[in-house]
Design a protein around this ligand. Sequence first.
Ligand SMILES: [Zn+2]
Length: 231
Amino acid sequence: MEGIGKSKPLSTSVGDYLKAIWELAGSGKVTTTGVSERLSVAPGSVTRMLGRLQGMGLVRHEPYRGVSLTERGEAEALKLLRRHRLIEAFLIEYLGYGWEEVHEEAERLEHAVSDGFTERLAELLGHPDRDPHGSPIPGKDGTLVPEDLVPLSEVAVGDLVRIARIRREDAEALAYLGGHDLVPGRLLKVKEVRDVAGVVTVEGEDESVHPLGEPLARSILVQRASGRGAE
Ligand SMILES: [Zn+2]
């Protein structure tokens, strides 16, 4: 059994597996195929790695029933998520990065920095509970603020909604959304929802109109600002 000593950081790939399982399943279960698709790694390699992670006490893997994080695996995943999101906030606030640039940089840095560095970052940033994309930053003790958000793909015509979180990491989508000022905090009115194509058309406070395809609309999480029919 491989130990994970307090001072010894997890390898990049171990961390990436834990984060992928957390992002796909939270405290629940995910299939090997799901992990394989998420990480673009062959199923055979995923199965071998899951065996290794099980040996380290980080996951529970039952053949044909899926994989879940152990309490320790979940704590490690949340620790990485905390680092990742604090680093993203730091890069934007202090180093002038665009919000579409920070993910790749944070993916690298999160494996390099220590817990002490992470806490100094948190201090410097004033202990934020959300990152620049609106994603919750786990607390030092692994707690997460509860979220009551709906995807923009599930709203109704006439709804007034406020963007709370963008669940996308790819630079292309983020550059597009940022360029159209579709960022956390913005208020939108839902003008049209086309059921078949899934296109949601929204209007911003500046009266700019944006038709958004289903995949993009699904990745924009919103809070309802008022009921249906608000004009
Ligand atoms: Zn990121």
